[in-house]
Design a protein around this ligand. Structure first.
Ligand code: AMP
Ligand code: MG
Length: 484
């Protein structure tokens, strides 16, 4: 059994509406995350009881759960929308997991709420399974993320361009407080609520901060965001919709929509069908994170100082400092990927040159990094990854090797570090599509389960068929959709 303790409902009145799910006629469990459930305190015998299909579809309310739709605003593709909110999600409540961490359980696709606007409040099976797969992949890569607990097929159709099988996703996150939550409160100019939300967020996610240190909250979030985005960049993850309503104050990756992993290295890579101008392209993510941080900083102004000018000054210092936090976080990711434990002045340029070589050679981002583990010698097989132009690589290789020599460690030891920092397997777009198609068109979960299994140990050099890059034509045409 889960024991709920719903602090958000208790403490943040005005930031949510009690709500209920739409009844589903024939829900059936499509996928259950037993290991995550175990972390939450739910054993396998318990989970197999028919109750959970009812709870996770929204047909029944688990004891202690108080379903709400959360209110939030947000900047969508740069434009402020004062009222978004959970239009197709319900927060069931919070539970304290086996390690003592407070975690939200939320349903997505459970039916319309007061925030649905023109939407139907529903979700299709394919995109919900996609969120499941991507979240688990990120988690196994060691990147902070929300995770899927279950996907329930509703047995009903959801109408998008065509009729699709409907589903409800149950997901777990350390919270669903977003930059957009702060924007919602700040736009309402209600000082008391703003203070309450900030204090609540600090207690929940940054307990190390002193009471009332709102500048501390801005700085601590900035650092977490820098680390998160640096890790995205290190694995080639492209979130796809970095709107401020999709950025969690916890520093976790949330709201998996049209996200995807980059194949060959190109900072301009965009997969999302709605991102026509490439605002959320791979290479823009750090700058967008800073832009989002600035929106967050603006919401805090009334708390930073009574004198608005002074408040702006303080906030600006923190927003500017993000660039340095990001640079440090990125450099630390790059050093690990390059097999470096020592720090040298030139390391950032060494990493940048390798990326340039990848760009010129149109090399697969994941495999080019991974192959460094075998490239300390002559790297013959590795060079074939840089088929387009290996000139830059030829110039770079001796530079890196000279740098490795100064590490004063054995090549085996360095290669081991490289293998633990550079995944062999990521969720390749064509494999993800194949798995989702089999599940939603043919009711066949085989490819999904096998891919999920391959992604469970991304750093192990097993299952080479899952490591292969997609045919180039596939990547060029590849588009992801929000799945709303
Ligand atoms: P997203 O782009 O998925 O982060 O969603 C942006 C906003 O649109 C949020 O307020 C969602 O709750 C809302 N939304 C997305 N899809 C639907 C839907 N099918 N029905 C109602 N609201 C939706
Ligand atoms: Mg969202």
């Amino acid at each position: 059994m889960l024991t709920f303790d719903n602090s958000y409902v208790r403490e943040l009145e005005g930031l949510y509406a009690f709500s209920s799910a739409e009844r589903k006629s024939a829900p059936r469990m499509s996928k259950l995350n037993y290991s995550l459930a175990e972390e939450l305190g739910l054993g396998p015998d318990e989970l197999d009881s028919p109750d959970w299909v009812q709870y996770f579809s929204g047909n029944a309310v688990a004891p202690g759960s108080q379903p709400i739709a959360q209110a939030y605003a947000g900047h969508q593709f740069g434009n402020f929308v004062p009222r978004l909110g959970d239009g197709r999600a319900l927060l069931l409540g919070e539970i304290i997991d086996r390690k003592g961490h407070r975690r939200d359980i939320q349903l997505k696709g459970s039916g319309p709420t007061m925030f649905s606007r023109n939407g139907d409040g529903k979700a299709a099976l394919g995109p919900m399974l996609r969120e499941y797969l991507m979240g688990e992949a990120m988690h196994n890569l060691g990147i902070a993320t929300s995770r899927a607990l279950a996907v329930v097929a509703t047995g009903e159709s959801v109408y998008r361009e065509t009729a699709l099988p409907g589903a409800v996703l149950a997901r777990v996150a350390s919270s669903h407080i977003r930059i957009g939550t702060f924007e919602y409160v700040a736009a309402g100019s209600d000082f008391a609520s703003l203070k309450r939300l900030a204090n609540y967020t600090m207690r929940r996610h940054y307990p190390e901060l002193e009471d009332g240190s709102y500048i501390g909250l801005l700085r601590a979030f900035s650092m977490r965001l820098a680390i998160l985005v640096a890790r995205w960049m290190g694995t080639g993850f492209i979130h796809g919709v970095m709107n401020t309503d999709n950025m969690a104050l916890s520093g976790e990756t949330i709201d998996y929509g049209p996200c995807a992993f980059m194949e060959h290295y190109d900072p301009k890579t965009v997969f999302s069908s709605i991102d026509r101008r490439g605002r959320y392209a791979y290479g823009n993510q750090p700058a967008i994170a800073q832009w989002n941080l600035a929106r967050f900083a603006e919401t805090l102004l009334p708390l930073l100082d009574e004198d608005t000018e002074r408040a702006v000054e303080l906030a600006t210092i923190e927003v500017d400092a993000f660039a340095g936090h990001y640079e440090n976080a990125w450099l630390s990711v790059m050093r690990q990927k390059l097999g470096l434990r020592q720090k040298e002045e030139d390391d950032a340029s060494l990493a940048a040159s390798f990326l340039e070589a990848m760009h010129a050679g149109e090399a697969d981002y994941t495999l080019a990094w991974r192959a460094l583990a075998n490239a300390s010698g002559n790297g013959a097989s590795w060079r074939s990854l840089f088929a387009m132009d290996a000139g830059k690589l030829d110039a770079w290789l001796p530079r890196w090797q000279a740098r490795l020599a100064r590490e004063g460690r054995s090549m085996e030891n360095i290669a081991e570090d490289i293998r633990s920092a550079n995944p062999f397997i990521i969720p390749r777009n064509y494999l993800v599509e194949e798995a989702l198609e089999a599940a939603s068109k043919n009711d066949d979960m085989g490819p999904f389960d096998r891919l999920l299994d391959a992604l469970s140990e991304p750093y192990a050099e097993k299952l080479p068929s899952y490591a292969r890059p997609a045919p180039r034509e596939h990547t060029e045409r590849y588009q992801t959709f929000c799945g709303t």
